[in-house]
Design a binder for this molecule. Structure first.
Ligand code: SF4
Length: 446
């Protein structure tokens, strides 16, 4: 748990020597608590205090990464129980599971569409994050299953099975890959820890009780495993919710390190695709960092990925597009310049309407700090001077010979000032709502 300024102050020398550039140790402590300076700026702090301060500055949920072939998934590093308290840091990964007793062709046929799935959501490419291969005790060839996945996907892997299965599966991976191995248990943790260490892999710890989990993660830590994932055996909706919430609360509120790890959830265990979807939604909302599914379909992956983005975006930072002049439907110099802000949803609402109308236009996306048109205007971030400056700096006079510039209808009040700022241009006022843009373009601009 992060220390307060006063708690940090008590660990400093309290000599007010000013060597750190601050007039007092207390001033330095306050800056350190706000993460605005580094501890190293104080050359006089004792080793013991430095160790305490360093431990306290670690996030209560350990950050870790799995990777393969240039793709990686970072999870953990969370500091709050609820998004509105600050933000969630690393979104959970969605994994599709295949089984070792499926034929290689069946595995490839299942993996390929999920691997290729990509959907554009307000300027972001949403995709699945990786695949899980499970040895399920019905025979099958675990290494062949891993090979089959690797033939069609280079995304990170979760390998699920016994020690010998995992050894054989790991032998199929390329150098530098870092998979998640599932799972160490009270019975096999020593062998699993040795395997994870030897292969620089992340290791999941599986237990059915909180005490059992704490005991296991402590043993793994003692064996030198730092990157651990919690795998509670509870698989009901209520059981998963309780297990995940207890672990996360203990880690965040009590700074209880033995439970301060990312969590894996298995919605795929439900079997039924509809129930799997509900369980996956719960895992995304409630502290799952690895979400393992057995079914893939674009129509179910899409809402899960959108849900994830909505939970894991910073509530204090609007999703933005880069300011600039964008081309819609291959515009000519005769086409108009439509003005909007760089709030993603605003941009895509306008762009989609213009694109769908079949008309072409230039679109000036002004830097309004990610706010929508009305909010930015009210906050003084979307005014005539700023629009004119952005039009010039992004080269509008060279692109748009017709010199028609169209303001959003809600900011018609800016038209007089914009005419003064851009005297060579014809300032026009567009509709208030994006949905009315097609008819405006057809009836007024063409
Ligand atoms: S350098 Fe260290 S001891 Fe000196 S004022 Fe800064 S915090 Fe205090």
């Amino acid at each position: 748990m992060a220390l307060s300024g006063i708690q940090i102050y008590k660990l400093l020398p309290q000599t007010n020597c000013k060597d750190c550039g601050f007039p007092t140790c207390l001033a330095f402590a306050m800056k350190l608590a706000a993460k605005q300076v580094e501890l190293a700026a104080c050359p006089h702090v004792s080793e013991e205090s430095a160790a305490k301060l360093s431990a306290a500055s670690q996030p209560p949920v350990r950050p870790l990464t799995i990777k393969a072939n240039g793709n990686e998934l970072k999870v953990g590093a969370e500091t709050v129980l609820f998004r509105h308290e600050k933000k969630f840091v690393n979104h959970p990964g969605l994994f599709l599971r295949v089984y070792a007793d499926e034929s290689p062709d069946a595995i490839k046929a299942k993996v390929q569409p999920a691997d290729e799935f990509v959907v554009d959501y307000v300027g972001m490419d949403l995709t699945m994050d990786g695949f899980a291969v499970q040895a399920n005790g019905n025979g099958g060839d675990f290494p062949a299953a891993v090979r089959a996945v690797r033939e069609v996907s280079h995304r990170p892997l979760i390998l699920i099975g016994g020690v010998e299965d995992l050894k054989a599966g790991l032998a199929e991976l390329a150098e530098g890959e870092r998979p998640l191995l599932c799972c160490a248990t009270a019975d096999n943790w020593q062998e699993m820890a040795a395997l994870a260490k030897e292969n620089n892999a992340v290791l999941a710890a599986e237990a059915s009780t909180v005490d059992g989990m704490v005991d296991l993660t402590e043993k793994l830590k003692g064996a030198g495993i730092k990157d651990i994932v919690l795998s509670p055996t509870q698989r009901s909706l209520k059981g998963t919710l309780v297990a995940n919430t207890i672990s996360r609360r203990m880690a965040l509120k009590k700074n209880f390190r033995p439970l301060g790890y990312p969590i894996i959830s298995y919605p795929g265990d439900w079997g039924d695709p509809a129930r799997e979807l509900v369980a996956a939604g719960q895992a995304i909302a409630k502290y799952g960092s690895f979400v393992v599914m057995d079914h893939f379909a674009p129509e179910t992956a899409y809402p899960l990925l959108v849900l994830r983005e909505n939970i894991y975006t910073d509530p204090q930072k609007p999703i933005q597009v880069t300011p600039g002049i964008y081309e819609i439907n291959d515009p000519s110099p005769e086409d108009p310049l439509l003005v909007t802000t760089n709030f993603s949803i605003t941009y895509f609402s306008v762009a989609n309407e213009v694109e769908g109308s079949g008309n072409s236009a230039w679109m000036l996306v002004t830097d309004a700090e990610g706010m929508s048109v009305l909010t930015a205007w009210a906050a003084g971030k979307f005014d005539a001077e700023r629009i004119a400056k952005d039009a010039i700096r992004f080269g509008a006079p060279d692109k748009v010979s017709n010199k028609r510039i169209v303001l959003p209808g809600h900011t018609a009040v800016l038209s007089g000032e914009l005419e003064e700022e851009l005297p060579d241009w014809k300032v026009m006022v567009g509709p208030r709502e994006a949905v009315d843009i097609p008819s405006y373009m057809k009836n007024v601009l063409n």
